[in-house]
Design a binder for this molecule. Sequence first.
Ligand SMILES: *Cc1c(COP(=O)(O)O)cnc(C)c1O
Length: 421
Amino acid sequence: MHHFHYVNNELYCENIPVSKVAGEVGTPFYIYPHATLLRHFRVFDQAFSGIKHITCFSVKSNSNLAVLRLFAREGGGADIVSGGELFRTLKAGVNPKKIVYSGIGKKAEEIEYALKSDILMFNVESEQELLKLNEVAERIGKKAGTAIRVNPDVDPKTHPYISTGLKENKFGIDINDAPRIYLAASKMKHIQVAGISCHIGSQLTETSPFIDAIRKLKKLVQILKDTGVNIQYLDLGGGLGIIYDREEPPHPKEYGSAVKDELGLSGLTLIFEPGRVITGNAGILVTKVVYTKFASQKRFFIVDSGMNDLMRPSIYNSFHAVQPVTLSNRQKVKADIVGPICESGDFFAKNREMDSFEPGDLIAIMSAGAYGFSMSSNYNSRPRPCEVMVRDDQFYIIRERETYEDLVRGEVIPDFLMENE
Ligand SMILES: *Cc1c(COP(=O)(O)O)cnc(C)c1O
């Protein structure tokens, strides 16, 4: 279903054996089936057919240029959170008029870059940011399309680190303060009030928190209308969950019809910022077993990828299924899959039943297409893995494996340290 399947006991990505790719590019690597990316984007976008909307892919979930380009060709926009993400999206050919800019710490130079690029809308997260936006826009003679990101205070019932729509979270502006701030914004010469935005959290597995938020936003739209502030765009953020293990998230269609029931007649243009639901199950991380180890009743499979490549297990304790790249009749054992990094948090699976792997075996870490490579780092001076896109029986390296030279790029030893004592 996600274009990862077994043929004659070999894991395939579309129509190419994963082990064949491993043989050519080495390990570890990320691999994304083009067909899955495309299908996930289309299924999501079509869930809102019949209602004016823009699907703005959340760039932070998977920022590779080829991935961004694919969605841009489908008419998708982008949800960005930094100047760097803006640079990527423009390079990938995303229409700036479909770019929305979220985030609580936009700097003046980032704002200027986005204004000069003529993006659709800034999702403003504080009063100070609103003032700064107006100021920068005035300086360069532009008008900034603006939405206030409101915090609707609904519980998304997800992991606390990826919950963003509760009163105590750092994101957005209290929905009760919003009318006052909109009124102020509507009087600023270089602010063009365009929308309302919200994003209540990530990996939501129910539609009810979204609906609770929508109802609060609808009330706000009405309050604003009564004070003469007209809203054109309603940005509902991202957050739809996926199946990592045994979750039962709503299908995008179900989410779509729930949203249409609430907003179908509103006349508003809806904006969505999906990330995980599109890319999460459209990528895996492939790694190779280096050693096996049995210590004080615990079995470890030590692999050549680590938390620097895929941080989610370490920081969210999140579950990723692990599958052998080649199926065998080996006995099943309880084991941990751990990386080579000098941290106890460096693991992919803990106390799981799995094949009794041997050195040289390839393991697929599933559901790694979102917040995988995009969160990776060079910790322990490990070159980051390559990224590969598959289309039918062909594969394409869409980001080369980093080299040792890449690791020290930009580093300088000052002259005084070069002198011998
Ligand atoms: C992270 C984020 C998203 C994407 O969330 P997903 O759960 O990956 O869909 C969308 N909008 C904003 C503002 C975000 O911070």
